[in-house]
Structures are given as structure tokens and as C-alpha cells.
Design a protein around this ligand. Structure first.
Ligand SMILES: C[S@@+](CC[C@H](N)C(=O)[O-])C[C@H]1O[C@@H](n2cnc3c(N)ncnc32)[C@H](O)[C@@H]1O
Length: 194
């Protein structure tokens, strides 16, 4: 009887923790221009393909959420850098990076070689707790952008003014208002800085 009550209590505590964490996660985003909406799993493949990522490149995700694009990119052997301000999403990404890419959680660039089932992971993942509007875009060969319609002009100006020549920009769902994409597929838009 005591065991059953203890298990029930534990379950209730976990449930309460889950509700509190979820509440804070969404409460933080209520104050943001750019709330957390994760890229749909079926779009990740299109994003990675359009980005035409090459091993050794640097990929930056502006508002990296739970890090799903960083991890997908890192599988291609790139150095993936995320900018994020939601502490819960940062912790989630760091924990995942710690297990998938143990040698890069120190914050230094490093490559890890892990056999994860079929996938051999040779990239690195770093998430920075930093305002994305202050991101260093000069290091990026590829930049991921996923914003609301009303923030897309700001993203367009920020990226085209600060990214290096030749950088590819992959935009999810809402295209840049003024620039014409080189390619578009499944609501994913590819641009290049000329
Ligand atoms: C639309 S979500 C995109 C998540 C992720 N890139 C994806 O595709 O799954 C935007 C993310 O940007 C983060 N964010 C919003 N404003 C930010 C800021 N000023 N600096 C850094 N991150 C920000 C939010 O917390 C959220 O996780």
C-alpha cells in the first residue's frame, strides 16, 4: 500500500513539474516578438537539402528553439551554432548536445565522432544564450530563419546587411518580403547573399 501511494505521489510530482515547466516555457514566449514554434519534422529534410550543407561549414540558427535544426545540420558534419533566449529550450538543447556531441558542450568548437545507430555524427552543436539580433553572422555559411510574418522584414535587413557574401539563407514558412528566393519548396525559401 505504501509503495502504491509513493508511486502515485511521484507521478503527481512529475505531472506538476511538467505543467509548471510548460507554463513558464510558454509564459516567456508571450513576451517575445518571436514565440517558440518548432519546425515541423517533415520540413527538416527539405531545409537541410535546400541548404546544401557541406562538411566543415558553419550553420547559424537564429532562435534555435529545441535545437532540432542544429542537430539535423550537425549530422552532416557542420559546426552548428544556435542563438536562443528561452532558458528551458537552452537547457534542453545543451543536455541533448551533451549526450549526442559530448566533446562540444564546453562551448569550444570541437568535433565529436559518435556512432548513433546508423548515423555517424561528426559535427558539433553549440547554443548561445544571446539575443539573436546581436548574432555574429559573418561566421555563417548557412543561416536558418523562422519568424512571424511581421518580423520578416527585420530578419531580411539583418541578414542581408550582416551575413558574408555567398552565405545561404534558408527561411521557413514566411518568405522575406522584398528579396526573391532562388528556390522554394514546401514553404521553405532559399536565398544567397550576393
Ligand atoms: C519560431 S521559433 C524557431 C525554433 C527553431 N529554429 C525551429 O525551427 O524549430 C523562434 C525561437 O526564437 C527564440 N527567440 C525569440 N526571440 C529571440 C531573441 N531576441 N534572441 C534569441 N532567441 C529568440 C524563441 O524562444 C524561439 O525558440
Amino acid at each position: 500500500m505504501i509503495i502504491i501511494i509513493s508511486v502515485l505521489l511521484l507521478l503527481i510530482i512529475f505531472l506538476l513539474l511538467f505543467v509548471i515547466i510548460t507554463f513558464f516555457l510558454f509564459a516567456i514566449d508571450l513576451f517575445l516578438d518571436l514565440p517558440y514554434v518548432a519546425t515541423k519534422k517533415e520540413k527538416i529534410g527539405t531545409i537541410i537539402r535546400l541548404a546544401n550543407i557541406k562538411k566543415g561549414e558553419t550553420v547559424v540558427d537564429l532562435g534555435s528553439g529545441d535545437g532540432r535544426l542544429l542537430f539535423a545540420a550537425a549530422k552532416s558534419g557542420v559546426h552548428a551554432v544556435g542563438y536562443e533566449i528561452n532558458p528551458f529550450l537552452i537547457v534542453f538543447t545543451k543536455v541533448k548536445a551533451y549526450f549526442l556531441f559530448p566533446s562540444c558542450h564546453s562551448g569550444e568548437r570541437s568535433d565529436s565522432r559518435i556512432d548513433s545507430g546508423q548515423a555517424r555524427m561528426t559535427g558539433s552543436v553549440i547554443v548561445k544564450r544571446q539575443n539573436l539580433w546581436k548574432a555574429n553572422l559573418k561566421i555563417a555559411d548557412v543561416i536558418f530563419v523562422y519568424g512571424r510574418k511581421k518580423t520578416m522584414q527585420k530578419f531580411e535587413d539583418f541578414v542581408f546587411q550582416n551575413a558574408k557574401r555567398g552565405a545561404r539563407i534558408v527561411v521557413n514558412t514566411n518568405a522575406f518580403p522584398k528579396k526573391k528566393p532562388l528556390k522554394s519548396e514546401n514553404e521553405i525559401f532559399l536565398y544567397r547573399i550576393s
